[in-house]
Design a protein around this ligand. Structure first.
Ligand SMILES: *Cc1c(COP(=O)(O)O)cnc(C)c1O
Length: 412
């Protein structure tokens, strides 16, 4: 690399790290390298590259082997991984995957062992819950679930489970926004001889508003399909760690599984990264204004949003753990499912779709869609009621969104 200042702030580093225009014929933005295989300078350098990949020789400074084959890595993955690192406070290395589920699945398969236990908060993202129930449990891993926000029970479970290998926390929970104390769980895990890996699915508030690695977590996982991608037009996943040994272990599994993010998608994700803080700040600010404006309106039993929390412990976790409240709001209607459906039918700007984190505002009815696979007791535990609608606020003018929600409320 040419002369380069070292200590850059994240907003600058995301635009300057990892990409050298000289390697893309002077192009100001990265080229897309679609090649599946890479040409060696000599048979000796080919031999050396395979020694590095096979762990028989140390990697070059910077930790990377020469490019060999695109399932192992490719230039666009290297660029986007370098640019992800400064966005996540405390991270040393990032890995990209072809979906959020691919990142989560690779993390879980890297660190689970036979006859061990995985301790996790519920509700979890539906795909993650299925991964635990339908894949890990039949392989002999004990699953221990603790309702989100029950810190003491979580600590107890971490201490008392047989050979704990993974603690998986999703905070805030979806769609109740119930928060779990990451620092407390990580400290409990660190004190155990088995030293379980503490993973946080940071999709809802990270990387801008919540920093799990600084709170003691080992691994941060993302569905980059959401805020990182930000346009509801791609699938991607990311894993980040402060300890490069953890990402190295996951990297070798990614080589086996073949679930690295493809070059075109890496290029697309890369172009979205510089605006993640801009978009998320705007989305959170708008969501806060909207939530506080909707609170107390007729037909709404409750507006669920971090700045409106009433439980003292939830308030404490929010203030200790999150910089800003984020852009997910849950509305609970007095009139149950008919009211929720009438509201969704009447929206003119917000679209009725699952997913979240895009620049466009989305609304869905979790009980009949994203959370319909849960047992009734699990739905109750997760706060998924008949009258609940989840909103993901985009970057439209918040006043137009308030007007849209108000006119839809009138039709309930
Ligand atoms: C969407 C989502 C996932 C799964 O990500 P995909 O990119 O759809 O595979 C995992 N966790 C959370 C919290 C999510 O919202």
């Amino acid at each position: 690399m040419p002369h380069h200042p070292t200590h850059l702030r994240p907003g600058t580093a995301v635009l300057t790290r990892g990409f050298d225009p000289a390697l893309s014929v002077g192009s100001a933005r990265p080229a897309v390298f679609r090649s599946s295989t890479y040409v060696f300078e000599s048979p000796e350098s080919a031999e050396h590259a395979f020694d590095v990949i096979g762990g028989r020789a140390p990697a070059e400074p910077g930790g990377r082997a020469d490019l060999v084959y695109a399932r192992i890595s490719h230039p666009n993955a290297e660029i986007v991984e370098d640019q992800l690192v400064p966005l996540e406070r405390g991270a040393a290395e990032a890995l990209v995957f072809n979906s959020g589920m691919a990142a989560i699945m690779t993390a879980v398969f890297t660190f689970a062992r036979p006859n061990s236990s995985i301790i996790y908060t519920v509700p979890l993202y539906g795909g993650t819950a299925q991964l635990i129930h339908r894949f890990l449990m039949p392989l002999g891993v004990t699953a221990v679930s603790i309702p989100a926000g029950q810190g003491t029970a979580l600590q107890e479970a971490i201490r008392s489970s047989t050979d704990p290998c993974i603690v998986l926390i999703e905070t805030p929970a979806n769609p109740s926004l119930m928060m779990t104390d990451i620092r407390q769980a990580a400290a409990t895990a660190r004190d155990l001889p088995a030293r379980p890996i503490v993973m946080v699915d940071n999709t809802f508030l990270g990387p801008v508003f919540q920093h799990p690695l600084e709170l003691g977590a080992d691994l941060v996982l993302y569905s980059a399909t959401k805020y990182l991608g930000g346009m509801s037009d791609m699938l991607a996943g990311v894993a980040l760690a402060a300890d490069p040994r953890l990402t190295q272990e996951m990297r070798s599994r990614r080589n086996m599984f073949g679930n690295i993010l493809q070059p075109d998608e890496c290029w697309l994700l890369d172009s979205r990264l510089p605006t993640v803080p801009l978009r998320m700040n705007r989305q959170s600010k708008s969501a806060q204004r909207i939530a506080e404006r909707l609170q107390g309106k007729p037909r709404l039993r409750r507006v669920i949003y971090p700045t409106l929390f009433e439980d003292p412990e939830q308030k404490r976790i929010f203030h200790a753990q999150c910089d800003y409240p984020g852009a997910i709001i849950s509305l609970e209607f007095d009139g149950g499912k008919p009211a929720a459906f009438a509201f969704l039918r009447s929206l003119k700007i917000a679209r009725n779709a699952v997913s979240l984190g895009g620049v466009e505002t989305l609304a869905c009815h979790p009980k009949s869609t994203t959370h319909s696979g849960l047992e009734p007791e699990e739905q109750d535990l997760a706060g998924v009621t008949d009258g609940l609608v989840r909103l993901s606020i985009g970057i439209e003018d918040w006043r137009d969104l308030v007007a849209d929600f108000e006119q839809a409320l009138q039709r309930v």
